[in-house]
Write a protein that binds this ligand. Sequence first.
Ligand code: BGC
Length: 441
Amino acid sequence: MSRSKLSVPTAKLPTFLWGAATAAHQVEGNQRNDWSEWEATVADGLAADAERRLKAKGVPDDAALLALARDPQNYLSADAADHYHRYRQDFDILYDLGCNAYRFSVEWARIEPRPGEYDQRALDHYRDMVRELKKRGITPMITLHHFTNPTWLAAHGGWHGREVVERFAQFSTVVAGYLGPDVTYWCSINEPGSYLLVRYLGGDIWPRWPGGAFRPLDGYRYLRNVVQAHRAARRAIKAANPAAQVGVAHGMVHFELARHDPVSWVMKKLLEYIPDTYLLNRLKHDLDYIGVQYYIRMQVAARLGHPAHWTSYWVGQEPRSHTGWGIYPEGLYHITQRLKRYGLPQIVTENGIADANDLQRAGFIREHIAALDRSRADGADIRGYFYWSLLDNYEWSEGFWPQFGLVAVDRKTQQRTVRPSAKVYAQIIRQHLAASKKRPA
Ligand code: BGC
């Protein structure tokens, strides 16, 4: 397999990455992986349960959203946003918005459809994406694993099995060998904490995930494997490009105590410890930056019943989004301040809002970036911000009804419409870039 030879020279890297993010399964369309197989088995059930579930999540009353959520087709990723074919058009939009970076993931199942067999066309496809981004002066950031797996991986033990580290290392070696010399920014694994919670600890961030169950021992094996898999991927990427910056995309929740009793206190510490302290303490010497993903704050209060229900993500005073999540920009300030202790650069690899009517998004973006500005002024070394998401996409087990896009996508025609809030984001980017030019280097 020949190494990539891009005709596009590596442009000078931007000092602050201003971008938007997507993930392969959510936007590309026509996937054949563990998630696409699972979708087909749960679509009817999720549609039938929609009204109850949306109410329980605190989703605001909205007849149009409910109609989408009641439709079984909503839960099939199908052609998604057809980004696999329309990426050039989507990159033109990114360019027009003034973004200098784009985060996307490569689909393991496309690249390695059978163990040890690599699909040259899939690799060429991702190489072309890199090339098209660079032509537009946009810096690519590649995620190697964003929640989905080749179906054969489960037969080989899945992410808690004995083989995954070696297999992920091989996959990373192939991808990095092919794209590595032309790509500086990499995320090894997306949100290991969410994956752990939903697949192994029976958590209910989303209604269900493939194979989701309460099996803590496998969860422990998963965490152990993630650490090894990240290290192996980073070694492979650095071998292909010693200047590469490799991080993990780390989902962070800002936790607060709703009740000051010892059980709630212990629960909060545990919730902070497992995905945060445990993982980052093990990974901190193998990270060039920490990828910060922030959506929610949670209040913790011990009560009768399953501990999965001891947290709430709407605190009662703040406005909430279409997913029922409270909007709390200050949380991003607290999280980025807390991460200072690792002494590593931080890049916000995801932050966004589901807002089909585009009434809250502009304010959301403005206030979250203002919180970041404050955090930078208070010493956090933040090097980038990626809004989630560039496009309306397939929101995992909620399907298409939550609409996070800077760009609305018509599900029938695939027509793209840039939302007004995207233009506000573009203006914020311009202001920040202009301000940084004025500052002495
Ligand atoms: C995930 C994305 C998802 C977003 C909004 C993040 O945790 O990485 O894939 O779409 O949350 O739900």
